[in-house]
Design a protein around this ligand. Structure first.
Ligand code: ATP
Ligand code: MG
Length: 569
């Protein structure tokens, strides 16, 4: 491709609304343009990278025995109602009606759709295992679209669904995908960790998240240096370190004027925060529900959602007025004498002499003890992991930021049962499929790769997914000699099967070099004033190698290095 004819409107200025490197660089390198919040157009350079990522994903999925299909982005409401997810998905789902008032959604994912497809068509155990996938645009009306294509409302995802005869076979399919994902993200040159995930709205049993490490990542992962444990902070189990045990004392109501927060009441009474029960006043599906955790910890909403088994958008934190109407007092909620659903984090049942709200303005109760003074549903772990926490074995936990690029789930029979998708087993008996689902964020992977590979001057592509593997720059296009040699080198590289770009624009050398750095092409040859002596400048974007060598040597180095760094099958 010749740059003089290529649509590459690079930007010199950093766009004001872009917060993270990948977003800024994708705009500046003319890979994307925003058309609405979280909705993007892919320009030639951006689309080319996406296609390279897709190629890796396709090759690995095919190699793992999965078959590519393509379903519509428009999905009928009925299948989502059958699984119960029409409501669960809530406002994140784009919904639409046709001219006859029939309701649809723009698919945010496709468990129901694939299950419906297979239902009735895959009839026998002999056809299993089966794994179908697609690479398709997905739609999610994200609460906070941000960071460019990282959290978009329209994005490309590879989604796969496996169908098996029993749990064991499902586990095999799952592990097969686990390994395919390792190969995919290795080939995409992403630095990632595999974490135990949260099944969330997907339902089902176990899941793993593939998290690309990035300082600007929206998520936090928790891991041990030995590699014995890695989980997202949403899922990480908390081994709470208890305050000192005390003999239970006589419960007593005390005057605690103006002490609405844990800090205030702890300081006022001179009792450690861990012993002051923190109340979370919620309205769940319209009913008041109160959860209590130790005062020195934060609530993990994901764990609470999972405990309650309801969609997150059904939980509303009560405001002061709602709290008053529910029969208690903001800042003074306590589990004693509260006539409502009460959920107690298990740790609280083991802490003696708690301070709890008295459900009365400016009053708390001290020396409250679980079992003797109050009761509730015991939730095993509602706490957010925090710095200083250790694993069950006492190993120190480390924290890092990252962004999820892939996700694998064991779904079990959740969707096959709700959509009644069955096959005939060896004994001619009807059975529901055991399923798994597997996602890769195609577009998000592109931004993750950039966030791991850039410097002040621009993107530093790994060869595997670089939009072009090499670039030939004609330093001074007015000089025929340079132009001719540039063209000759360009053709030789094309003949050698290199994906190469020729910068033959009538631009100043500085502009060309800046663009070359910005778009991050890994291997470069520039043809300048010594063209007549058969000398060119060979340089690399990543290592910063820069040497003047003969044309032949330069060609050899470029071709050899690129072939070495391609991560093909
Ligand atoms: P997140 O926690 O980041 O919202 P998710 O758990 O909702 O992700 P999945 O439903 O597992 O994501 O989707 C599969 C993959 O699709 C994710 O691993 C991610 O790479 C990608 N993805 C999800 N939401 C978006 C989005 N809004 N923009 C771009 N990619 C996305
Ligand atoms: Mg999401």
């Amino acid at each position: 491709m010749k740059l003089s004819q290529y649509y590459l409107p690079t930007l010199r200025e950093v766009p004001a609304d872009a917060e993270i490197a990948s977003h800024k660089l994708m705009l500046r390198a003319a890979m994307i343009r925003r058309s609405a919040s979280g909705v993007y157009t892919y320009l030639p350079l951006g689309l080319k990278v996406i296609q390279k990522v897709e190629k890796v994903v396709r090759e690995e999925m095919n190699r793992a025995g999965a078959m590519e299909i393509l379903m519509s982005a428009i999905q009928p409401k009925e299948i989502w109602e059958s699984s119960g997810r029409w409501d669960v998905y809530g406002p994140e789902m784009f919904r639409l009606k046709d001219r006859n008032d029939r309701e649809f959604c723009l698919g945010p994912t496709a468990e129901e759709y694939f299950t419906t497809l297979v239902k009735g068509e895959v009839k026998s155990y002999k056809q299993l295992p089966m794994n179908l996938y697609q690479i398709q645009t997905k739609y999610r009306d994200e609460k906070r679209p941000r960071f460019g294509i990282n959290r978009a409302r329209e994005f490309s995802m590879k989604d796969a669904y496996s169908f098996d005869v029993n749990e064991e076979a499902m586990m095999d399919s799952y592990m097969n995908m686990y390994r395919a994902y390792e190969r995919i993200f290795d080939r995409l040159c992403i630095d990632y960790r595999v974490c135990q995930g949260d099944a969330g709205a997907m339902g089902g049993n176990s899941s793993h998240e593939f998290i690309a490490l990035a300082e600007t990542g929206e998520g936090v992962i928790v891991y041990t240096d030995s590699g014995s444990y890695a989980a997202t902070d949403e899922k990480a189990e908390v081994y709470y370190s208890y305050p000192e045990t005390q003999e239970p004392k006589e419960k007593e109501k005390v005057h605690t004027p103006g002490t609405k927060t844990i800090e205030e009441v702890s300081e006022f009474l001179g009792i450690e925060k861990a012993r002051c029960a923190k109340a979370i006043d919620m309205s769940v599906e319209g009913e008041p529900v109160y959860a209590f955790i130790p005062g020195d910890r934060e609530l993990n909403l994901t764990k609470l959602v999972s405990y309650l088994g309801i969609p997150e958008h059904e939980i509303v934190m009560m405001d002061d007025e709602m709290i008053r109407n529910s029969g208690t007092v903001p800042g003074f909620t306590g589990p004693i004498g509260l006539d409502a659903r009460i959920i107690v984090d298990e740790s609280l049942t083991k802490i003696s002499n708690l301070v709890v709200g008295a459900n009365e303005e400016d009053h708390h109760i001290i020396n409250a003890n679980y079992g003797r003074d109050f009761e509730g549903e015991i939730a095993p772990d509602l706490l957010m992991v925090e710095e200083g926490d250790k694993t069950e074995e006492g190993e120190e936990l480390q924290f890092a930021r990252g962004i999820e690029v892939g996700n694998i789930f064991q779904l079990g029979k959740k969707y096959s049962e709700s959509l009644d998708a069955k096959f005939l087993d060896e004994n001619g008996k009807e059975q529901h499929f055991w399923m798994g689902s597997y996602g890769v964020g195609i577009t998000r992977s592109v931004s993750a790769i950039i966030d791991q590979n850039f410097d002040d001057n621009g993107i530093i592509w790994p060869v595997a997914i670089a939009p072009f593997e090499a670039i030939v720059t004609v330093v001074n296009s007015k000089k025929e000699e340079q132009e001719a040699l540039g063209e000759e080198i360009y053709k030789k590289l094309l003949d050698a099967g290199i994906d190469v770009l020729l910068d033959d624009r009538k631009e100043r050398a500085g502009v060309k070099f800046n663009d070359r750095d910005l778009i991050g092409i890994p291997y470069r040859i520039s043809v300048g004033k010594n063209a007549g002596e058969n000398l060119v400048e060979y340089s690399t974007r990543k290592e910063g190698v820069n040497e003047e060598i003969s044309v032949e040597e330069a060609l050899e180095k470029v071709i050899e290095n690129i072939k070495k760094e391609r991560t093909s099958l």
